[in-house]
Structure formats: structure tokens, C-alpha cells
Design a protein. Structure first.
Length: 235
């Protein structure tokens, strides 16, 4: 049943409860255009042909990482599709997710058991399974590791000390990154097509281990070639 807030219907959040999205980790995100309109281009012979707005989306995503050096974020595999956008984004340790006001160190992945390589080639990975869209998985976090490697922890949310902004303003986290990206694309896209709009919500999936990372990476890489089988194809 749909909940009400201030006597107005609202859509329940798909975010994972007890998980702070400023925490270090690897995230798979999907953002759709409003009504699944094909603003970004079309697939031809298994390859994505970007429209002018599609190029804007691609460039705004690349700029995202240059604009936020303080968040220590890394760009994983991504693809702009006709009516949606897939990406892996890795949030590393930074000043917003390490320490509380009491000075306690919250680099909580000293027991990390799995490593996720960010340099593996997606086309060398196993055939991916369908990646569920509106769900999130058991949260894992990352720790400082050698270049090109991310480690994920096996700790549960109640075992992890909360960083500074867990209950404060929603900034310096995954939502703020996506919000900035969507605003940037919308601002420039509406100079070309005044009707351009994103779907209000987005889907996220917390990546739990290296196998999942590779499967999702391959799913993104192969998305254009498998467009006719995509859940967004018939929109």
C-alpha cells in the first residue's frame, strides 16, 4: 500500500535501510529518462549511436569525477543507452566517511575478504545474469588498497560506525553525485529539447564481491549488443 506524507501519496524509497550511501563501496546505478523516452540516441548494429543529448550525458558523467576530488570517487564501466544510463561508481575513503565528531577512525574494512579489480576487461568476464533493478544487496565497504583494487568488507550495517553525515544533510554521498549529474545533463539538454527530463528516482545496487563486480561490468559492456533483450527496449 502506498504511504502518505502530509496527506500526499509518495513512492517508498528503494534505498537500503541502515546503510549510509556516503560509505565507501562499489555501486551499480541505473537512471532512466522520463517515460523512457529515447533522448540519448539509438542502437544500430549492436552499437550505441549517441544523439547530441547522449553526448552531453556521457561528458557530464566524465566531468563528475573531476568535480569531486574530495570524495575520492573512481569511474567504473558505464554506458549511455537510448532511454537509460548504467554505471559503476566506486566511492573510496574520504573525510566524509572516515571519522565521527568523537575522532574515532571509521575505516571499517580491516577484515576485508574480497578484492574487486577496477582494471579487468569486461569482455573477458563470464556471461552476466540479469541484474535486478530496484533492489540493493547486503552492504559492503572498501578500504585503502594498492592502485586499481578495491576491497569489500563482510561487516553488516549495525557493526559499522556511522560517518558524519548519516543523519545530516544529504551531501557528499551517492545521491548527491547522481543529483549533480542529472542537473548538469538537464541544464544542457533542455537547450536542445525543452521537454527533456529524467525519471525522478534511480536504482542502485550495492556490489558485494568481485564476482558480482565482474558480472555487472560485463552486463554494462554488453548492453548495446543485447538491446533487443533489454527490459527497457519496448518503451
Amino acid at each position: 500500500m502506498t504511504n502518505k506524507f502530509q496527506n500526499k501519496y509518495r513512492i517508498p524509497s528503494t534505498r537500503l535501510q541502515n546503510w549510509d550511501y556516503c560509505w565507501a563501496g562499489a555501486y551499480f546505478i541505473t537512471i532512466c529518462t522520463k517515460n523512457r523516452e529515447h533522448y540519448f540516441g539509438e542502437i544500430e548494429n549492436g552499437e550505441m549511436r549517441l544523439s547530441e543529448i547522449g553526448h552531453i550525458a556521457e561528458q557530464e558523467w566524465i566531468k563528475t569525477f573531476d568535480m569531486r576530488p574530495d570524495m575520492n570517487i573512481q569511474m567504473g564501466e558505464f554506458v549511455v543507452m537510448p532511454n537509460h544510463f548504467h554505471a559503476i561508481i566506486i566511492i573510496g575513503e574520504n573525510e566524509y566517511n572516515q571519522r565521527d565528531d568523537d575522532g574515532d577512525d571509521h575505516r571499517c574494512c580491516r577484515d576485508a575478504m574480497h578484492c574487486v579489480s577496477t582494471s579487468s576487461q569486461p569482455h573477458n568476464n563470464p556471461k552476466p545474469h540479469y541484474i535486478p533493478m530496484a533492489t540493493t544487496e547486503t552492504p559492503m565497504t572498501t578500504t585503502t588498497t594498492p592502485p586499481q583494487t578495491q576491497c569489500v568488507s563482510t561487516k553488516q550495517p549495525h557493526e559499522i560506525n556511522a560517518p558524519k553525515n548519516r543523519f545530516g544533510p544529504q551531501s557528499k554521498n551517492l545521491a548527491s553525485i547522481i543529483r549533480g549529474f542529472k542537473i548538469g545533463v538537464t541544464t544542457h539538454a533542455r537547450k536542445i529539447n525543452s521537454e527533456f527530463a529524467w525519471q525522478r528516482l534511480y536504482h542502485d545496487h550495492i556490489i558485494r564481491d568481485e564476482q558480482s563486480f565482474k558480472r555487472i561490468q560485463t552486463y554494462i559492456y554488453e548492453n548495446p549488443a543485447k538491446w533487443v533483450d533489454d527490459i527497457f527496449y519496448n518503451f
